[in-house]
Design a protein around this ligand. Structure first.
Ligand code: HEC
Ligand code: HEC
Length: 482
């Protein structure tokens, strides 16, 4: 055990990306002053703009705002939502156990329930002041290259996800340590200056010997669960029409869909979910989470998440074959589709509409697309043909080296991320008691999240840096109304 403890691997931003990557996103010369007395544009409120999920929208702004079924659900369909909710919240236990339909956890795992990471159906946060990674942060692992289906190649000993916990008798894979370094302050117009904190991740107490030297790792925090069925209902054709991989319109913003392997359909499809659009649909995402996060097999993934080197893991008792049956997997998928988006607060206020104008002027909408209409999603009449306001294009964008994880995920490169939807953003503090953002929760506020933007979003970030304090405050007020 002592020698295993010494086998540690640290990957910092500098070592996992290209050499000589600039870590501080903005240049540090002071921004050009913009006078604060120029009248600000006030954008008009569009019809139904506040009802972000169309007819599915709920009017809640309390700590349970992300736990509601879509508003237009029927009584019969609500019972499916509740069955899925029970499966989402339940703690799985190791087998053998008397709870036959709840066992099979592990042998290697990360958490015992979906809700343990998706707290309140909101977003995870790093634990401030603790070196140990919190439950909602997981580390994806791979070697350079792709398998026959374009998927990342798992690390041979540890697999494709690092598992910090295990059932009795099986060694855990190890622990994740996070440290933050304060970066030089960034100056903004006015008196504000902001110092971002840059994370590095170290895998320690390795239970199965050293990792491959050229392992790639991608730290990712649990994402909010609201409105996902509506995102699933946006037609492929819409995403393809938004894509501009060669920047033909010359606005500096490209955007392309990820293409991932669907096990269910046995073919390549557009990716939509996960921080790199690395999952095709919500059933896959649920089955992937059951296997990768809880060690539970399901009809989509029948093989336990143990590598050839992990013999104790392979010999572990099974909780049925598969451990989660087709019915329970389907309820988890239905539940993930039917969680409602809360309405905006104060969308018609003048300062909020000033912020909306600032959002459009800074080019944020080039990626965070405000609105679209869903298509027909078979099996989900509630979600079909709705005017929605997700503030995403679901496409991959290069956000620069400072945010890069240096790890390919299907067609997403190490610098690319999917534009995250911004609906529900302003309720983060109410639902989760924190304001941490971005794929690994490194940003402590919305302003910090914006200042991390680079790559295709450099011009947007610089526009925010140069805004007068009044305009920037309006922008943040607008974002808080989402
Ligand atoms: C260990 C913590 C953890 C557990 C447990 C967990 N998740 Fe997640 N979830 C995450 C992380 C991290 C992501 C982002 C994954 C990525 O980018 O690859 C995510 C992403 C998702 C998404 C995609 C959201 C989006 O906006 O694209 C869905 C849906 C989801 N999880 C559902 C589930 C379900 C259902 C379960 C239980 C079967 C579950 N999760 C269990 C951490 C967790
Ligand atoms: C070129 C595309 C692009 C542009 C332009 C852009 N963003 Fe983003 N935005 C992204 C991507 C991609 C991420 C995710 C990055 C990550 O997690 O590492 C993101 C993340 C965010 C987040 C954090 C969301 C979350 O769930 O953690 C906020 C807030 C945000 N952007 C606001 C803005 C604002 C405001 C503007 C305009 C000033 C803007 N963005 C411009 C692509 C863009």
């Amino acid at each position: 055990m002592k020698s295993a403890r010494r086998l540690a691997l640290t990957l910092t931003l500098a070592s996992c990306g290209e050499p000589a990557a600039p870590i501080v996103p903005p240049p540090d010369e002071p921004p050009i002053e913009t006078p604060d007395d120029v009248p600000l544009e006030v954008a008009p409120l569009e019809p139904d703009e506040a009802r972000m999920g169309g007819a599915t929208t709920v009017f809640r702004a309390d700590p349970e705002a992300f736990l509601q079924p879509v508003a237009n659900i029927t009584v019969e369909r609500k019972s499916r939502f509740l069955l899925g909710e029970a499966n989402f919240e339940v703690d799985w236990v190791p087998s053998p156990s008397s709870q036959r339909d709840r066992d099979g956890l592990g042998p290697l795992f990360h958490a015992t329930s979906c809700l343990a990471c998706h707290v309140g159906n909101g977003r995870g946060a790093p634990v401030v002041g603790s070196a140990q990674a919190p439950a909602p942060l997981l580390i994806r692992l791979s070697l350079p290259g792709q398998d026959a289906h374009g998927a990342p190649i798992p690390e041979p000993t540890y697999g494709d996800q690092f598992q910090p916990r295990s059932i009795a008798g099986t060694p855990a894979e190890g622990q994740v340590q996070v440290t933050y370094e304060s970066l030089p302050a960034i100056t903004l117009t006015g008196t504000t200056s902001v110092s971002l904190q840059s994370p590095s991740y170290t895998l320690v107490e390795l239970g199965y010997g050293p990792l491959e030297p050229d392992v790639r790792m991608s730290p990712r925090i649990a994402q909010p669960m609201v409105g996902l069925g509506l995102l699933a209902a946006i037609p492929d054709a819409t995403l393809l029409a938004w894509a501009d991989p060669d920047d033909r319109d010359g606005d500096g913003i490209r955007g392309r869909p990820n293409r991932v392997w669907s096990v269910k359909e046995g073919r390549e499809v557009l990716g939509r979910f996960g921080w790199k659009a690395n999952q095709p649909d919500l059933e896959h995402q649920a089955a992937g989470a059951l296997l990768g996060d809880m060690g539970l097999t399901s009809p989509l993934f029948l093989q336990p998440a143990c590598t050839a080197a992990q013999t104790r893991c392979q010999e572990g008792a099974t909780g049925g074959e598969p451990e989660v049956d087709a019915t329970n997997l389907a309820t988890l998928s239905d539940y993930s589709h039917l969680i409602a988006v809360p309405a905006r607060r104060g969308a018609d206020r003048e300062d909020v509409r000033m912020g909306k104008a600032a959002f459009l002027r800074a080019g944020c909408a080039g990626c965070h697309r405000p609105t679209t209409v869903t298509g027909e999603l078979p099996g989900f009449p509630e979600l079909s043909h709705q005017r929605i306001w997700p503030y995403t294009d679901l496409l991959l964008h290069d956000l620069g080296e400072a945010l890069a994880d240096g790890r390919d995920d299907f067609q997403a490169t190490g610098t690319e991320w999917r534009t995250p939807p911004l609906w529900g953003l302003g309720l983060t503090a109410t639902v989760n008691g924190h304001t941490h953002l971005l794929h690994d929760g490194r940003a402590r506020s919305v302003l910090e999240a914006i200042l991390w933007h680079g790559g295709e979003a450099t011009a947007s970030r610089e526009a925010v840096r140069r805004m007068s304090p009044r305009e920037r405050a309006a922008l943040l007020t607008f974002l808080d109304s989402l």
